[in-house]
Unconditional design. Structure first.
Lengths: 101, 247
């Protein structure tokens, strides 16, 4: 059986000028103009909105979930690269105590 | 300033158009061609109900007519002034889209005229509703242009819908007996409306049926059996309840 579904468009919503467009979902539509009209009703009625983007879903390129570990999980301890990796709080405490003395 | 009886008749016709078309459109809730359109079209139906409420509120607060709920749920068909155009059954999606487009274009033309009226409450309602009407027109025009020449089936359905609806659409411009001031402008309004819809229908590859007589009646409270059926359905719950019921 042939697929009679229309293509989907990913919808990106902007709440205020200057803010980033945030992905909020997808709509079925025949073309981008129709997608914008339908996106307005699905996603912009109850949220503040100044702008919408739609992008054909097949134009989104994504990583594979199977690769998530290889791509995103560190193999060795790299906590020193993160702010939380530094025992800064202890240093601050020490400095404060020193001032009091 | 218009005569009070003329104003009452005129505003009732605006309110009733919105209420009846809103109800017809709400019949698509759960049945529209795709889920996204189901939500969009239900939203438009609600908008129209909201516009009806604005008109009924002016009728009540400024012109001494009954409360909006009484106007909507406790009048009989021979007290309604909507054009017969909006009471016709929703038909297929082509009927619905052709009617919605012709009506949205009519409202745009009508609102552009009403905004200059010297009855201030009328001007205030028009300023409130015209933003939503811009979106309604974008929506119905979008569907009309796509379905007009998408496939042979969609084209035939759209042309059939236009042939069937056109005489009733012309009935939107029926003069109201109680009124002369606004009625005198109807010929110009109809021409402006024709100039608006003709190129769009042409772009949708649809042909306006020639030499058609308008179907009048609705504006002067004459209706088809379809309105009686619609009211039976729409007013059923309100008439079942005792007046003390609080929702």
């Amino acid at each position: 059986m042939t697929d009679t579904q229309w293509q989907t468009f990913e919808v990106f919503h902007q709440g205020k000028r200057g803010e980033p467009h945030i992905h909020v979902g997808a709509v079925h539509a025949t073309d981008p103009e129709m997608a914008l009209l339908l996106a307005r009703d699905q996603f912009a009625r109850r949220l503040d909105c100044v702008n919408l983007w739609v992008v054909p879903s097949d134009q989104i390129f994504a990583t594979n979930y199977e690769d998530a570990e290889a791509l995103f999980e560190p193999a060795t301890d790299k906590s020193y690269r993160e702010a939380s990796g530094f025992p800064l709080r202890d240093a601050i405490k020490k400095a404060e105590n020193w001032k009091e003395e | 300033m218009m005569d009070t009886n003329a104003l009452i008749a005129l505003l009732t016709s605006f309110a009733d158009d919105e209420l009846i078309l809103g109800h017809r459109n709400s019949e698509w809730t759960g049945h529209a061609p795709i889920i996204e359109e189901d939500i969009a079209f239900s939203n438009i139906a609600q908008d129209e109900m909201g516009h009806a409420l604005l008109w009924y509120t002016v009728l009540n607060e400024q012109l001494g007519q009954p409360l909006p709920d009484r106007m909507a749920f406790f009048r009989s068909a021979d007290q309604f002034r909507n054009a017969q155009f909006v009471e016709l059954p929703k038909g297929d999606w082509a009927i619905t889209i052709v009617r919605q487009y012709l009506f949205d274009a009519y409202e745009q033309v009508r609102n552009a005229e009403l905004i200059h009226n010297d009855f201030q409450p009328m001007v205030e309602v028009v300023s409130k509703i015209k933003r939503e009407e811009v979106y309604h027109l974008m929506h119905s025009k979008g569907w009309l242009l796509r379905l007009g020449d998408a496939t042979i089936e969609s084209h035939v359905r759209m042309q059939t819908a236009l042939d069937q609806l056109w005489p009733h659409a012309l009935g939107l411009f029926e003069p109201i007996q109680e009124d002369t001031e606004y009625s005198n402008k109807l010929r110009d309004l109809r021409q402006t409306w024709l100039d608006t819809v003709s190129p769009i229908l042409q772009q949708a590859t649809l042909i306006i049926p020639p030499n058609v007589e308008p179907v009048f009646g609705g504006r002067n409270r004459q209706h088809t059996l379809h309105l009686i059926d619609l009211l039976k359905d729409m007013q059923k719950v309100a008439r079942m309840e005792s007046p003390e019921t609080v929702w």
